[in-house]
Design a protein around this ligand. Structure first.
Ligand code: ADP
Ligand code: MG
Length: 705
């Protein structure tokens, strides 16, 4: 047997367990070794029975005086009771619903029991202790030490994993080769892999378990850094078109605006235009808070591309947004004689450069022709853009608004017919904490729009208690009377049927406000004389569009919606953002919602409704009230919720135990430095086959995205 032996060939693992392991992505012995615990239980406190204390977690060792299983009086549960004795005394142990225990543990056996000392009217006992047979010289696995607890998955207990893992590790440890380059192990004083595997699964002390974790955290981040840095190097060798800056045209665009660009907009636009000038593909992330004005910066890049004879594609996440961007682009570029197309799921549109303000419907066939022969300068749309049928004649620039981080993949799909790689600009209003910008987004250059246009009023943010609901509705009514509009966000769509049988998780979900319910309540009971609209992701496109049109043209006063409204919707007349079940959303998302209002000069409000009393919720909502800085909020979100909730983080497959390393800036910087060193030494990683293998794993995972 060796590290690449498939789990099917491990004698103790039967077909049922093979399936379960596969579901976790564990296919070989090696995978099993690198399936890390999530945390540890400390059972190292081994004491004489006479010394046990109530509520303390401890391990005792003794002989079983007796053990039996009975049914509890309700006849619903098995209760197993045992008494064990050492030289100093005896103690009872009880287990629920483990009747087979009387087969494993017998009278006269010597056992270790680890668990919590509990008290009832019949005295003290160990409640559901973990057991292990053996004697005092045994090398313990489940008790009497720090024991690993693995991520829970149906039917795979931590006990079973320990039972399988330990003998394998013992037998095969000599075959485990170091995975990190020697010089890095040395320079950063990392624990060697063999020792680290032992210490991460069966630590001899808390300190050593942490050293092992540190080593593997370092390793995970190091791989990510290698991947993104190599990705960068690779793109730097690709050819793209050089699009020299058409200064006069750009200046004319800036002059035609009804506002002055902020310094941050100018700086970002300049960085982007400079990138376009290079014959290498741009690979840039434009990061700017909601309302910071990314669209006009994108328009400058688009115009420059088009005026150099190339096409620009602009991809957005929803149809509503594609339409909005289409109209916005048509308006921003109306003086510049460009053809703009809109390609969505169904209905396509076209604004020819000859028709200044007129938008016409166009057949899909016509539109595709215009894209292929290069007549279409700018194409805006949803995911429909990456279908096989869409072939660009001369694509020079791809812009992605609020897409996944893996824009590189999408670009690859967009330009599969071309021999040049178009420039890529990815835009996001989700501020990315610094550690993540340097790791999971580390292959992108960054432009920040870190200031809002002048004169925006601060949005008043408040948590609304249940008893203040009525008062708040009155306030909303008054805003509408003043001519303003209101968003109401609910966490889910449908109300639940009262007769349904619900699981506990469903019950808690059922209490969450539903769009349909809220819509009914608002339109029938609270504001019968106002116009209320409803919007959610399950509606037909046409319907959604009509609803948005109605809201934009002020026919609707209040729009009840799910989070589809989240990104990019621009309704300057809206002044109230009311969020139901605010505890259900992350800080970054709440901040996004808030950014939907305050887009004109009216005082605006963000009202957070919650029935939750959880401390974390209030901590989060407080952070939202006290800060309008999206970047600060993102850092806070990272701190409170952890990196796993950030877009683009999960697909790297970082084990739970290592996730927190993504918060550690000094570790991130160290790993980046070390990855750079290695790549300078050996850009192709010729001498590091293991590293190359790991990187192709990453690429595969990202492809599956
Ligand atoms: P986002 O970055 O969220 O995509 P938008 O590009 O939609 O922001 O811009 C938000 C609003 O601000 C738009 O109505 C836009 O016309 C306006 N805007 C953009 N830049 C400025 C500026 N420098 N001064 C004033 N208003 C601006
Ligand atoms: Mg936007």
């Amino acid at each position: 047997m060796n590290l690449s032996t498939p789990i099917e060939d491990i004698p103790r693992i039967g077909p049922v367990y093979q399936k379960k392991l596969k579901r976790l992505g564990i296919k070989t012995v090696q995978d099993l070794f690198f399936h890390f615990p999530r945390r540890y239980e400390d059972f190292s406190n081994l004491i004489p029975i006479s010394k046990v204390k109530i509520n303390e977690i401890c391990t005792v060792y003794g002989k079983i005086l007796g053990i039996e299983t009975k049914r509890t009086w309700k006849r619903k549960m098995f209760l197993t009771e045992a008494v064990i004795e050492d030289k100093t005394g005896a103690i009872k142990a009880t287990w629920f619903n483990q009747p087979y225990l009387t087969k494993t543990l017998r009278k006269e056996d010597n056992v270790f029991l680890s668990g919590k000392v509990t008290i009832s009217k019949n005295g003290i006992y160990l409640s559901n202790p973990i057991y292990e047979r053996g004697d005092l010289s045994s090398d313990l696995t489940h008790t009497g030490r720090l024991i690993p607890v693995y991520p829970e998955t149906a039917g795979l207990s931590s006990r079973w994993i320990r039972y399988i893992l330990k003998p394998l590790l013992t037998d095969l440890e000599d075959q485990i080769d170091e995975t990190l380059p020697k010089e890095i192990i040395k320079e950063y004083k990392l624990m060697p892999v063999k020792k680290a595997l032992w210490e991460i699964h069966f630590p001899s002390s808390v300190e050593l378990s942490q050293k092992a974790q540190h080593r593997f955290s370092f390793e995970e981040l190091f791989y990510i850094q290698l991947f993104v840095l190599r990705e960068r190097n690779r793109l730097n060798k690709e050819k793209s078109v050089s699009l020299p800056i058409k200064l006069e045209t750009i200046q004319n665009l800036v002059k035609s605006l009804s506002f002055k660009l902020t310094d941050a907009q100018k700086k970002s636009a300049w960085q982007i235009l400079k990138d376009l000038e290079r014959p290498r593909p741009m690979n840039r992330l434009l990061e700017g808070d909601v309302g910071s004005g990314k669209t006009v910066v994108a328009a400058m890049a688009v115009l420059n591309t088009v005026k150099q004879g190339y096409q620009a594609a602009f991809m957005v996440p929803t149809e509503i947004l594609s339409k909005q961007h289409f109209q916005e682009m048509a308006k921003l570029l109306q003086d510049f004689k460009v053809n703009i197309g809109l390609l969505t799921g169904k209905q396509d549109q076209f604004r020819s450069k000859k028709l200044k303000n007129q938008i016409i419907e166009i057949s899909r066939k016509k539109l595709l022709e215009k894209i292929a022969d290069g007549e279409m300068d700018i194409l805006i749309g949803t995911h429909a853009l990456i279908q096989d049928k869409v072939k660009f004649g001369k694509l020079g620039l791809v812009i992605l608004d609020e897409q996944h981080r893996f824009g590189v993949e999408q670009r690859a799909k967009l330009c599969r017919k071309q021999d040049i790689v178009p420039h890529l600009l990815s835009m996001t209003a989700t501020p990315i904490p610094r550690t993540l910008a340097l790791t999971v987004y580390g292959d992108l250059d960054l432009s920040l729009i870190d200031e809002l246009p002048k004169g925006r009023k601060k949005i008043i943010t408040q948590v609304i208690k249940p008893e203040e609901r009525k008062k708040t509705y009155d306030f909303i009514g008054k805003e509408v009377k003043k001519g303003r509009q209101v968003f109401v966000i609910c966490p889910r769509i449908e109300k639940t049927n009262d007769n349904e049988q619900l699981s506990e998780a469903q019950m808690s979900w059922a209490k969450v406000k539903a769009v349909e319910e809220e819509y009914e309540k608002l339109s029938k009971e609270i504001f019968p004389d106002l116009n209320i609209g409803m919007l959610h992701g399950k509606m037909a496109t046409k319907e959604k569009e009509n609803i948005m049109k109605g809201f934009k043209s002020k026919k609707t006063d209040i729009l009840v919606s799910t989070s589809v409204i989240e990104v990019g919707i621009d309704i300057p007349n809206a002044t109230v953002m009311m969020i139901e079940g605010a505890e259900r959303f992350g800080l970054a998302q709440l901040h996004q919602f808030r950014g939907r209002v305050g887009r004109a000069n009216y005082q605006s409000y963000c009202l957070l409704f919650t029935d939750s009393h959880a401390k974390k919720t209030h901590q989060r909502l407080k952070a939202l009230i006290s800060s309008e800085d999206g970047f600060a909020l993102a850092e806070k979100d990272l701190e409170i919720r952890g990196p796993g909730d950030f877009k683009g983080t999960r697909q790297w497959g970082i084990p739970d135990l290592m996730m927190n390393s993504l918060k550690n800036i000094s570790l991130v910087e160290k790993t980046r430095e070390s990855a750079k060193q290695i790549l300078i030494q050996d850009p192709q990683l010729k001498n590091f086959p293991q590293l190359r293998a790991k990187l192709s794993q990453f690429r595969e995972r990202i492809h599956l995205e």
